[in-house]
Design a protein around this ligand. Structure first.
Ligand code: 5AD
Ligand code: SF4
Ligand code: FES
Length: 363
């Protein structure tokens, strides 16, 4: 087994076997993994965390992913959509409070009206914040034309999780119809790259039927796709979903948490200059989950800035944190948490990944 220390100044290719070895590791080997990833992060990125204010502006979704609490067929969900003004106000809150970027996220909707709605909002946000805010979209699979229009209206980045890079596992987690096709999803990621978005993807960790080999391949997939950003988190079961039937076959929550930290550390070693989010799902398992992720390689936090009254309706998984808080609460909470781990917030900075900046210089 290779000594990780030698990789600190290199962008390293670990083999799938080596990755599996670290995913299965405990004790000193895991510690070595975390220490190396931490050093790499401090070397390339430093002790800075960038914020993306997350606006979950609608929980209406046309899809039926088996794992997700807001899937179309879950009739227990009270559906909502924020008004244009509510969305723009949330973006202004982010801007005024020094968040360099926002993420607009919703269930997957697709219609000419929806494309227009987002386009109008992007232009309004651009105008009211002097074009200073970095804007990430997380709005699922769309046509190339829609992606292009949104980019021209001011979006810079797009997050579309592949969920798993194993097509057979993808199929087990989704209904068998064209709306839920692995290949369409992959094509969307390629289209987004072609359109010159900063592209982010990610996977869920600890899914039923998922193996350590799958997870190793997920990391190699991300490297192969040459992504700029990643958001990955533990799978957390939701009672009102079909996948809940497999809850007894899952790894214990703590193990899913540990595995997620290892995935983040390994990705930091494989791709030293990308942006990696410390996702909220980590905090659903461990109150210090996001801090732990930052200490071993993550550099992005997505504070929720959705108006409080809507938050309890955007429950993709159980025990989602911050559903009773408002944007001010989350801001002061995070400021304290980040200074406690000797990091600082990159206020008023967009925080584009070094990976992206370097890619741009080379083209
Ligand atoms: N547990 C963890 N993450 C989930 N997501 C959806 N459902 C769950 C769940 N039960 C994630 C998916 C999706 C993102 C918006 O939320 O990865 O892409
Ligand atoms: Fe809809 Fe996304 Fe949930 Fe799938 S994961 S049901 S696309 S909100
Ligand atoms: Fe929301 Fe701590 S981040 S309350």
């Amino acid at each position: 087994m290779s000594n990780l220390q030698q990789y600190i100044d290199l962008e390293t290719v670990l083999s799938a076997e080596e990755i599996v070895h670290f995913l299965n590791s405990e004790g000193d080997t895991t510690l070595q993994l975390f220490t190396t990833a931490r050093k790499i992060k401090l070397n390339y990125i430093g002790n800075v965390v960038h914020f993306r204010g997350l606006i979950e502006f609608s929980n209406i979704c046309r899809k039926n992913c088996y794992y997700c609490g807001i899937r179309k067929d879950n009739n227990a969900v009270q559906r909502y959509t924020l008004s244009e003004d509510e969305i723009v106000s949330a973006a202004q809150f982010a801007h005024q409070n020094g968040y360099g970027s926002i993420v607009l996220q919703s269930g997957e909707l697709a219609s000419p009206q929806f494309t227009d709605f987002i386009e109008r909002i992007l232009r309004k946000i651009h105008d009211t914040t002097n074009g200073q805010l970095g804007i990430t979209l997380s709005l699922g699979e769309q046509t190339e034309e829609t992606y292009l229009r949104w980019k021209q209206a001011g979006a810079h980045r797009y997050l579309l999780r592949i969920e798993t890079s194993n097509p057979a596992l993808y199929q087990q987690l989704h209904p068998n119809n064209p709306l839920h096709s692995f290949h369409s999803r992959l094509n969307c990621l390629l289209t987004l790259k072609k359109l010159d978005y900063q592209v982010g993807t990610g996977v869920m960790i600890g899914l039923p039927f998922q193996t350590p080999e799958d997870l190793a391949n997920d990391l190699l997939f991300m490297r192969q796709l040459d992504i700029d950003m990643c958001g990955m988190g533990p799978y957390i079961e939701h009672e009102q979903t079909p996948l809940y039937a497999y809850k007894d076959s899952l790894l214990p929550l703590q193990k899913r948490f540990d595995l997620t930290l290892k995935m983040i550390a390994l990705l930091r070693i494989l791709m030293p200059k990308i942006n990696i989010a410390a996702t909220t799902a980590l905090q659903a398992i461990d109150p210090l989950g996001r801090e732990k992720a930052i200490q071993i390689g993550a550099n992005i936090i997505m504070p929720n800035i959705t108006p409080s009254k809507y938050r309890q309706h955007y429950l993709l998984y159980e025990n989602k944190p911050c559903t009773d808080e408002n944007a001010d609460d989350c801001l002061s909470c995070l400021e304290a948490r980040i200074s406690m781990i000797n990091h600082r917030i990159g206020k008023n900075e967009r925080g584009d990944s070094l990976h992206y900046q370097q890619r741009k210089r080379n083209t």
